[in-house]
Design a protein around this ligand. Structure first.
Ligand code: SF4
Ligand code: SF4
Length: 165
């Protein structure tokens, strides 16, 4: 994954794709679940997360209490020691990483993959239903996740071709 090229592409397309997602808030094609499923499958033929890891490099997951207990046990430490070492509590009350890239990213791979936070396991949230409830998340991630940029770009082209828009 060429992240410099991705960032240039995201900067070029972001405004139009954000406008598309905003419009999608009001007009949702009936066939949206099928369109997203088919388009997302195409995206993962073209994007390989193991050559990217931009989410782990530039964003932080939210760690739930269950995540903290599970990861601490995996690392043979206590939730208290784990939290103090790696996390801080945001004003909204969420536990997040103190540093980026994530401390568990080793040679572009997650070193705690089996027990990673639920937030990481579900990222980039393309399968959330209904899709348009996550429009703000997708909008924010256009310049962070190459898969999301590609998904929204492909959906825009497809919806504009197939529907009165
Ligand atoms: S989820 Fe997105 S940002 Fe994260 S590694 Fe995959 S393509 Fe890259
Ligand atoms: S826990 Fe793993 S998947 Fe989640 S941000 Fe860190 S390295 Fe990435």
């Amino acid at each position: 994954m060429d992240l410099i090229k991705f960032k240039r592409s995201a900067a070029r397309k972001k405004t139009k794709l954000k406008a598309f997602l905003t419009k999608l808030d009001d007009i949702v094609p009936e066939e949206m679940p099928r369109l997203v499923k088919e388009t997302d499958a195409e995206v993962w033929q073209e994007v390989d997360c193991t050559t990217c890891a931009n989410c782990c490099k530039t964003m932080t997951p939210t760690f739930s209490k269950a995540d903290i207990v599970r990861i601490a046990a995996f690392l043979e430490t206590t939730p208290e020691v784990f939290t103090k070492k790696w996390l801080y509590k945001e004003e909204a009350g969420d536990w997040v990483n103190k540093k980026q890239p994530c401390q568990f990213l080793k040679r572009n791979k997650c070193s705690i993959y089996e027990v990673r936070p639920k937030d990481c396991a579900e990222f980039p949230h393309h399968n959330k239903k209904p899709f348009d409830v996550y429009n703000d998340t997708f909008s924010n991630n256009l310049d962070k996740c190459p898969a999301t940029l590609l998904l929204v770009d492909k959906l825009k082209k497809r919806i504009e071709e197939e529907y009165v828009w």
